[in-house]
Each structure stands twice: as structure tokens, then as C-alpha cells.
Design a protein around this ligand. Structure first.
Ligand SMILES: [Zn+2]
Length: 262
């Protein structure tokens, strides 16, 4: 297999589904996770378990000082994580959970990693439908980044421009849940809550959107099932168990499932 892709793997359900789309399209995965000073470690544990589940060729966890700049409820404990306001409608201001220039920074690292390992594609789980109003989750931004990478990298000027694939960009959260389920994404190994409690808080924007997605898809979120509180904590062990299951499931999976267009 010579199709390599860098996948930005945060530990959330969107990036896990994006990784599953990449796998199902025959890419060899180079997973990239950032420890950028987020409020809790759960999504990092989940990212490690997911990288193992998806049999990533490599998984890099980069520690970057984005959180030291502050400016976001996700990285600055002095700023409170707001409760959900019923979903973003387009008219609300950008919420306090926006991390300044996060995807611009993370994609830049992804481009550097891709160029280093010879990957021609970067997968990102950005979603522009049921999202919280973040400007760096829009297709205009992703296309502009692709263009910047084309102009500013060796592979770009050598005629091998990097592609940025955001397969979830135009999907509703319910569609993400359905797509993920069809690709056997282990949602129990994903963490979405902005707050890092033992269980998801069910009040923040991210919990709200996730719950709405599962409800509309007519599915039960395994993270909310009784006794699942330990799952994110024990993701390492769980990941190993699911890895064996995933190996079986991969065998019977149809190739090319999951659109990559944005
Ligand atoms: Zn929450």
C-alpha cells in the first residue's frame, strides 16, 4: 500500500470517523494528535486507543504551547466552558470554546508531518453543519490552507501538492454518526465533552451536538450507557480489545465507503 495519509486524531467522534473514512479508502494512516494544553487528558487517551484500533502506521502526540497563549475556555481555566445554547444558528458570536487559530496551527503541523513521511493527503474531521461557529471549520478556510501549503512546501512546488480531505464537512452530526457506525467506528473510545469529568457533562455545546446526532440517527451513544464512565479512562485496555475486533471487521468491510468530497 503506498497511499499515505496524515489524520488529525483528536480523540473525538468526528476525527475518529474521518480516520475510518481514510482507512476505508485504502490509506495507510499516520495519526497526529496534539497535547496543546486542553482542559483534560481524556481525548488524548482516546486518541491513543483509536490510533491502535485503526492500525495507524505511526501515532505522534505533539506537545505544543498553544494553550499558553490562552484565549479559549478549552485551554484557560479562568474562562468558563459555556453551556449549550441550543445549537449554533449562524447568528451567535463565536463561542468561548473557540481556540484561537487552532486548525490553522494544527494543519500546519500536519502539512509538515505529511511532507516528512511522504503523505499526499491530510484528513481532518472538520464539520461545517452542526458545529459551534468556528471559522476554521469552513471549506473556504480549508481550500485556502491547501493553496498556502501548495505555495509554501517543497512537495507543493515540486508538483505534488498536499490535499486536505474533510469528509465530514457537509454532514450533519446524525449523518456523521450513521457514517461512523457503517464504518464500525468504536464510538465508545471517543470523547467529545469539553469538560473532563468522569462522565460527559451533557450540558456543553459539544455534548449537546453529540446527543442530538445520536438521537437523530436513532442510536444510543455508548459513552452514555450505564457503566461506561470508566471507558475513556480505560481506553488503553479497551483499545487493545477492540483492535482484535476491528481486525475481523476490517476484513468484511467494503472498500471506498465514505465520500471524501467536500
Ligand atoms: Zn460536555
Amino acid at each position: 500500500m503506498d497511499k499515505r495519509a496524515v489524520v488529525l486524531l483528536s480523540g473525538g467522534m468526528d476525527s475518529a470517523t474521518a480516520a475510518a473514512v481514510a482507512r476505508s479508502n485504502g490509506f495507510e494512516l499516520y495519526a497526529l494528535t496534539f497535547d496543546y494544553g486542553q482542559r483534560h487528558r481524556k481525548e488524548l487517551w482516546c486518541a491513543r486507543a483509536l490510533a491502535r484500533f485503526f492500525k495507524a502506521r505511526e501515532h505522534r502526540v505533539l506537545r505544543i504551547g498553544l494553550g499558553k497563549l490562552g484565549g479559549s475556555a478549552l485551554t484557560d481555566r479562568a474562562i468558563e466552558v459555556p453551556d449549550a445554547g441550543g445549537g449554533w444558528t449562524g447568528g451567535r458570536p463565536i463561542p468561548a470554546t473557540y481556540v484561537p487559530a487552532r486548525n490553522l496551527v494544527l494543519l500546519s503541523f500536519a502539512a509538515a508531518y505529511a511532507e516528512t513521511v511522504g503523505a499526499g493527503t491530510v484528513f481532518i474531521g472538520a464539520n461545517a453543519v452542526d458545529y459551534s461557529g468556528y471559522p476554521d471549520c469552513r471549506s473556504e478556510f480549508l481550500r485556502a490552507f491547501e493553496e498556502a501549503a501548495r505555495l509554501g512546501t517543497k512537495c507543493g512546488v515540486s508538483g505534488r501538492p498536499l490535499r486536505v480531505e474533510a469528509p465530514l464537512l457537509r454532514l450533519s452530526k446524525a449523518q456523521v454518526v450513521r457514517l461512523g457506525a457503517s464504518l464500525l467506528v468504536p464510538f465508545d473510545l471517543t470523547w467529545s465533552c469539553y469538560r473532563g469529568g468522569k462522565r460527559p457533562c451533557r450540558r456543553c455545546d459539544s455534548c449537546h451536538l453529540r446527543a442530538k446526532g445520536f438521537e437523530e440517527a436513532g442510536m444510543v451513544d455508548p459513552v452514555l450507557e450505564e457503566g461506561s464512565g470508566r471507558k475513556a479512562q480505560g481506553a488503553r485496555d479497551e483499545g487493545a480489545r477492540r483492535k482484535a475486533q476491528g481486525a475481523k471487521a476490517q476484513g468484511g468491510r467494503r472498500k471506498g465507503q465514505g465520500g471524501m468530497r467536500r
